[in-house]
Design a binder for this molecule. Sequence first.
Ligand SMILES: Cc1cc2nc3c(=O)[nH]c(=O)nc-3n(C[C@H](O)[C@H](O)[C@H](O)COP(=O)(O)O)c2cc1C
Length: 143
Amino acid sequence: MPQKIAIVVWSKTGNTKLMANRIKKGVEDSGFEVDIFKAYNFNSEKVKNYDKIALGCPAMGSETLEDTEFLPMYENIKTYLKDKKVFFFGSYGWGDGKWMRDWEEDAIKNGVKLFRKSIIAKEKPSDEILNICYQAGKDLANA
Ligand SMILES: Cc1cc2nc3c(=O)[nH]c(=O)nc-3n(C[C@H](O)[C@H](O)[C@H](O)COP(=O)(O)O)c2cc1C
């Protein structure tokens, strides 16, 4: 059975969504299928169906994950991520990436193994960042 891959994303103005789409392309060009979910449509039941998951959310609030859809979903699935291959991505604006450092720290504390470095983009992802996203999709496919 091929391992199942999901990308779960929340994006308000589309920047994190651009990253998600490029990750998806990297997975598909590696010959694997991937299911992409909006955060509100993913949960602790669905997470059980996947072996590899890329999670994307921009910096919101004050250096936090978006807290009405993404954070509640993430809190629900967090304990199920321990045995899976996971990485994070997202866009930010005026900060310095603190939301992502905090997210990673919390994940590691909860036993989530991040198999590759998170990808962050300042506002709209550059071509360079999108190439990294594409490569990350390939890494996810082959992890
Ligand atoms: C309500 C709100 C809160 C935000 N809070 C932060 C923040 O704490 N730190 C930061 O660097 N950017 C912050 N931003 C900027 C967004 O993270 C940035 O515009 C990002 O590109 C949005 O990603 P998206 O297009 O995927 O929605 C905030 C934006 C909004 C609308």
